[in-house]
Ligand binder design. Structure first.
Ligand SMILES: Nc1nc2c(ncn2[C@@H]2O[C@H](COP(=O)(O)OP(=O)(O)OP(=O)(O)O)[C@@H](O)[C@H]2O)c(=O)[nH]1
Ligand SMILES: [Mg+2]
Length: 450
């Protein structure tokens, strides 16, 4: 089915308020569909049809009336329910669920090898239990292809498993390379800050506001892998891959990474398929959790909960919550929202990524929250190697004192812990170059931090 096809969106909630169809309609538009009808129901789940049977008749009538080519359902449908709903719809009208729709969007946006592999992996993980169900039903001599899922084929299940493991291997190799790159960047003195948050919260817009406006091409020598900043658009999942830019926050050298947004109700397997993309968030030194403050407190709360759930198990970094889009909120309203969300978003920074309002407060906060630099003193015998270590320290940290006493140079500096470690081992080599007689006797010359 092509992107511009007309579709009807539908959703069921257990009870209480009417179902909110905004997000599923936005997702359908993001996939390029034209939303021509909406239908919701508040009742408990029906085993056969998910919705009440009468509601499905209503859905079929709406489809006929609007000439829709598909129905997008914002609930988890079992394979039988999908089949039963499909049976009531006009011939050829597809039933698409939330996950298939999200995968479709990701598939359209996947423009790197990694993104394509991730989408493929998610598709296979979605298909596997369905293939298993088909295989086991066929073994029990049931009708093959019973759910409109095509002819039964036992080898399909084995194929899927083999493909899954092949793709996982390739993705693991990519993830390893990225981890090495993160370590190299840390060793060159950079702090890694990641933008995270619900899709459409304004991450890419804020990234552009914080990034040095230097052209990527001008920075190429230093960071051949930096890419142009991701686009901003009022559309869900504009950004799929990750982009990294330098940001000037004052004294620290920061590399800022923008990445795919979070969304609620994603099954475990889908989140897992995008694990290595989320690693740039999980393994950062600091996470900026961006929230759209122009939405209602309830929406903000739900989205914050989704973000925390996604971060909860694997995130290692401190989190600063950023209330974004304050150009659309007045002061009283902002104060109310801050108070209401205090438990989920303690001590947030409020900014507008669009106008740049209050962005200095955010950069100051980034500096304050980044892991502390350590103080160190090194005493080195004067030599060319010692002098090049001193100049390396100027490049990678803050040199506070440099003193020459006859045969030695004393240097006091502060730097991130990894740099201090590296400096110590460089100093050991300066004192006793590998292969020299005194090799191994280096600890004496090291002066501990005050
Ligand atoms: N008024 C206002 N609009 C903003 C602000 N920041 C972002 N927007 C708008 O919000 C929409 C989404 O912004 P993006 O920067 O694409 O958001 P994102 O979080 O990167 O979204 P995805 O990549 O799709 O997950 C765009 O239409 C932006 O112009 C802001 O501070 N104020
Ligand atoms: Mg984006």
């Amino acid at each position: 089915m092509s992107g511009t096809s007309p579709v009807v969106v539908a959703k069921r909630v257990d009870g209480g308020d009417d179902a909110d169809l905004t997000e599923i309609a936005d997702l359908a538009s993001a996939a390029g569909y034209d939303v021509v009808g909406r239908l919701s129901q508040s009742r408990e789940e029906d085993a056969a049809y998910h919705f009440g049977e009468g509601k499905v008749e209503e859905l079929a009538a709406l489809v006929r009336e609007t000439d829709a080519q598909a129905v997008v359902v914002d609930n988890r449908l079992g394979p039988y329910q999908t089949y039963n709903i499909g049976g009531k719809l006009p011939e050829g009208v597809e039933v698409i669920d939330r996950f298939t729709l999200i995968l479709e969007i990701f598939g359209q946006r996947a423009n790197t090898r990694k993104a394509q592999l991730q989408v493929e992996l998610a598709e296979l993980r979605y298909e596997l239990p369905r293939a298993e169900a088909k295989a086991s039903l066929a073994k029990r001599d049931e009708r093959p292809g019973f759910m409109g899922l095509g002819e039964y084929d036992e080898s399909r299940e084995r194929d899927i498993k083999a493909q899954i493991s092949r793709i996982k291997q390739e993705l693991d190799a990519i993830a390893e390379k990225e981890e090495t790159r993160r370590e190299q960047r840390r060793e060159s003195g950079f702090d890694l800050v990641a933008l995270a948050g619900y899709t459409n919260a304004g991450k890419s817009t804020l990234m552009r506001q914080l990034a040095d406006d230097l052209d990527v091409s001008e920075n190429e020598d230093l960071h051949p892998d930096l890419d142009p900043t991701a686009e901003s658009e009022d559309r869900l999942f504009t950004t799929l891959g990750t982009t990294t830019r330098r940001a000037d926050t004052g004294t620290r050298d920061v590399l800022l990474t923008d990445t795919v947004g979070f969304i609620s109700d994603l099954p475990h397997w889908l989140v897992e398929s995008f694990e290595s993309t989320l690693d740039s968030v999980y393994r950062a030194d600091l996470v900026l959790l961006v929230v759209d403050a122009s939405e209602s407190v309830e929406e903000m709360r739900e989205k914050l909960v989704t973000c925390h759930d996604t971060l909860y198990e694997r995130n290692e970094a401190p989190i600063v919550t950023v209330l974004n889009k304050i150009d659309r909120v007045d002061d009283d309203e902002l104060a109310e929202k801050r108070a209401a969300l205090d438990a989920l978003a303690p001590n947030p920074v409020a900014v507008s990524g669009l106008t740049g309002e209050n962005v200095e407060e955010l950069t100051a906060r980034i500096e304050a929250e980044l892991p502390d630099w350590r103080e160190e003193r090194l005493l080195l015998p004067l030599s060319d190697d010692a002098m090049s270590l001193v100049s390396w320290l100027y490049d990678h940290g803050n040199v506070e004192r440099e003193e020459y006493t006859g045969e030695d140079v004393l240097v006091e500096f502060s730097a991130r812990p990894a740099i201090v470690e590296k400096a110590r081992s460089k100093a050991a080599e300066v004192r006793a170059p590998p292969g020299s007689a005194e090799s191994g006797d280096v600890s004496e010359a090291s002066v501990d931090s005050p």
